[in-house]
Design a protein around this ligand. Sequence first.
Ligand code: TMP
Length: 208
Amino acid sequence: MKGLFIVFEGIDGSGTSTQASLLENYFLNNYKKAILSPEPSSGPIGNLIRQILKKRVILTEDSQKFDEQMAYLFAADRHDHLYNDVDGVFKLINEGCQVICTRYYFSSLAYNCQTKEDWNFIKSLNQRFPNPDLVIYINLPVESSLQRLSDRPQKEIYETKNKLIKVARNYRDIFAEYTGLLLQIDGTESKDIIHKKIIEFIQKKIIF
Ligand code: TMP
């Protein structure tokens, strides 16, 4: 039997990594194969992206050009992440493993778009990537996210108030029109309550 492809989305600091780990443990404790596989991925393009996000590699000072270059890199990383023959998402799913991703093409639409033209460009770059079996969107107010991020030692390129306000708006628009299976969760709840809601939803909606 094929595994599930489950994606977590949310602004930086919203708790997607914590919830993805809790979900992985839930599957493992129930004798299911499961793996965490974030984007940017651990592959060669994903590693380059991480260096750029930390400002170890500088692409350009021009913000419009930067967004466009990042959109291409994220899409190239996504293709590698899904389809590579070593640890690609579809290889793992076909082996019966539940693959849990923090971030997918929704993040490109949320983070790498400033205008309607950007939106159309990013939609077209990502149009051939299939929808996951389930998207879990953790909705956290920007103020709460900034408070959590202030405790972290290192800041990444997109972790600013203005950027996250735009990203949160983009997420709202994306999920207002998304037609796949979606769970939207209030990210201000405790991590245990959020985890419980996710498990209840999966048990109710997905047969596996
Ligand atoms: P992370 O915080 O989940 O590790 O993700 C790293 C950053 O990459 C985060 O700020 C969101 C950003 N990102 C994009 O801008 N576009 C994308 O397509 C993806 C997958 C991530």
